[in-house]
Design a protein around this ligand. Structure first.
Ligand code: PXP
Length: 243
């Protein structure tokens, strides 16, 4: 079955815009569960621009598994080891970026990342590495003992939005091939970033992919149709290609 992880970062973005307690990411997570989400994803950034430490304290108590997205820094490692979330997804983080722009350079930081993930693995967290579709990154992820790779679908989604369809299709083909290669190496394959109702189908149809993590579009649609309905519709579109 293809799982849906709902990323609730941007519920916190709206809350933080006014410094009120609402909208509450925990309430969004509970609603996501009722609407058919299989997990909750939250990115604790170095600058705490959306999710805060206090949010993580509360989300860890949920019934649904928490996928904690974070940069590979000593501070974040300590936080993850204290809370022991179900999964830790390592992402590259740049202070000036609006969102996670590219994949992690696992191949270029192999020794560092092997040491970084070792205590997380020992603590029982499933370690996921957010990467592009390059073979070298997949091979390195397998070598250092990650359980999961999450493939970055941002470029595929951007090309679709811009109507650059031949390039979009080439990107999709590369993602398909990467999913197959990662699966062959024993890695569990996830995917995410930028997915919408229009772009989710071809990604959900890739047979090796076990989980999609989707956030911004669901929170954006929630303004118009409600969060529960947006999640239900996303699930329906995923299930339509992966019954
Ligand atoms: N997966 C990862 C690793 C991410 O960093 C993000 C963005 O926080 C997502 C998935 C979700 O992306 P979006 O919010 O664009 O759906």
């Amino acid at each position: 079955m293809l799982r849906l992880g709902v990323n609730i970062d941007h519920v916190a973005t709206i809350r933080n815009a006014r410094g009120t307690p609402w909208p509450d990411p925990l309430r969004a997570a509970e609603l996501a569960e009722q609407a058919g989400a299989d997990g909750i994803t939250a990115h604790l950034r170095e600058d705490r621009r959306h999710i805060t430490d206090a949010d993580i304290e509360r989300l860890i108590g949920l019934r649904l598994p928490l996928n904690l997205e974070m940069a590979a820094t000593p501070e974040m490692q300590q936080i993850a080891l204290r809370h022991r979330p179900h999964a830790v997804c390592l992402v590259p983080e740049k202070r000036e970026e609006r969102t996670t722009e590219g994949g992690l350079d696992v191949a270029g930081n192999e020794a560092f990342l092997r040491d970084f993930i070792a205590p997380l693995r020992e603590a029982g967290c499933r370690v996921s590495l957010f990467i592009g579709h390059e073979q070298a990154q997949i091979d390195a992820a397998a070598r250092i003992g990650a359980a999961v790779v999450e493939l970055h679908t941002g470029a595929y989604c951007d090309l679709d939005t811009e109507g650059r369809l031949p390039e979009r299709d080439a990107e999709l083909a590369a993602l398909r091939q990467a999913a197959a290669q990662a699966h062959l190496l024993g890695l569990e394959v996830h995917a995410g970033h930028g997915l919408t109702f229009d772009t989710v189908g071809p990604i959900a149809a890739i047979p090796e992919i076990r989980e999609l993590n989707i956030g911004h579009f669901l929170i954006a649609e929630a303004v118009f149709m409600g969060l529960g309905a947006a999640i239900t519709e996303m699930r329906r579109r995923m299930d339509a290609v992966r019954p």
